[in-house]
Design a protein around this ligand. Structure first.
Ligand SMILES: [Zn+2]
Length: 273
């Protein structure tokens, strides 16, 4: 059994402000260790639950945050940026389940450090009329190729989104959202214990977990950018339709295609910012 684990930073226990996710300051050095240890807890849980192989994707910002030499050596690590499948790069149809660690609520929703793909670029993303968070896109791709979402860790607001969009997945709630930059968090130790145990149970039940994405292709993707210049640039592409001062729409034939276009919009916004 091969399990795929994608790890972000904003939903990790003890993380609640942007500085903790940005390179070049001591807060980040602490947060990336917390991130690595939550990944390790999930890896331990996956092997205890019956996995014989685990692939981990480092999926925050530049996608090179986790400390490779501190990661459980039984896992393979996907790291580095501008990956075709972004936060879910490395997954294939032979995987038996997906676990998302350190995830957060969607852009436009209430939640600790809530955003979708890029807080700089997007204020909202909707897919087929559904408010899209990162699980909607990335676990949506996994489901499209037949791999179920097993478990997700993050705050209580993410838990509500997962309950609605992926009812078969288990939520591991490690903190309560107070606002965008404040939370009431479990201690890192308690969070790791909870993650290890819940991932173990979720992986044990992988074979009987329903495979279902909240959205089915073709995907009509509505992007609300945070600045008009970003929408101006996106609207130059022939497959987009301008739907508002800050808004464009495009239709993708798969989650993978939507992920590629959204990732390129995010890179474009970073270059323009
Ligand atoms: Zn994220």
């Amino acid at each position: 059994m091969h399990i795929f684990i994608s790890v972000d930073i904003e939903g990790v226990a003890g993380v609640c402000e942007s500085l903790q996710g940005q390179r070049g300051n001591p807060e980040y050095e602490v947060a990336r260790r917390l991130m690595t240890e939550e990944a390790n807890a999930a890896i331990r849980g996956a092997f205890a639950g019956g996995a014989d192989a685990v692939t981990v994707a480092d999926s925050h910002g530049p996608m090179r945050n986790m400390i490779a030499e501190q990661l459980d050596p039984r896992a393979r690590l996907v790291s580095g940026r501008a990956r075709p499948l972004s936060m879910i790069e490395g997954i294939h149809a032979d995987h038996d389940g997906v676990v998302l660690i350190g995830y957060h609520a969607a852009a436009g929703n209430f939640g600790v450090l809530a955003h979708t793909v890029s807080g700089l670029a997007f204020r909202r993303i909707e897919v087929n009329g559904v408010r899209a968070g990162e699980p909607t896109l990335f676990a949506g791709h996994a489901a499209e190729i037949g791999v179920p979402l097993l478990a997700v860790s993050g705050d209580d607001r993410l838990e509500a989104e997962i309950a609605e969009q992926f009812p078969a997945a288990r939520s591991i709630t490690v903190k309560r959202c107070i606002n965008a930059f404040a939370s009431e968090s479990m201690s890192p130790d308690e969070a790791r214990e909870r993650i290890e145990q819940d991932v173990c149970e979720a992986v044990e039940a992988a074979a009987s977990t329903e495979v279902k994405a909240p959205c089915t292709p073709p995907l009509t993707v509505d992007i609300g950018f945070s600045k008009q210049i970003f929408a101006d640039a996106a609207a130059l592409l022939p497959f987009t339709e301008r739907t508002g001062a800050l808004d464009v729409r495009f239709v993708a034939k798969s989650h993978a295609e939507a992920i590629g276009i959204i990732s390129s919009f995010s890179l474009m916004a970073s270059a323009l910012a």
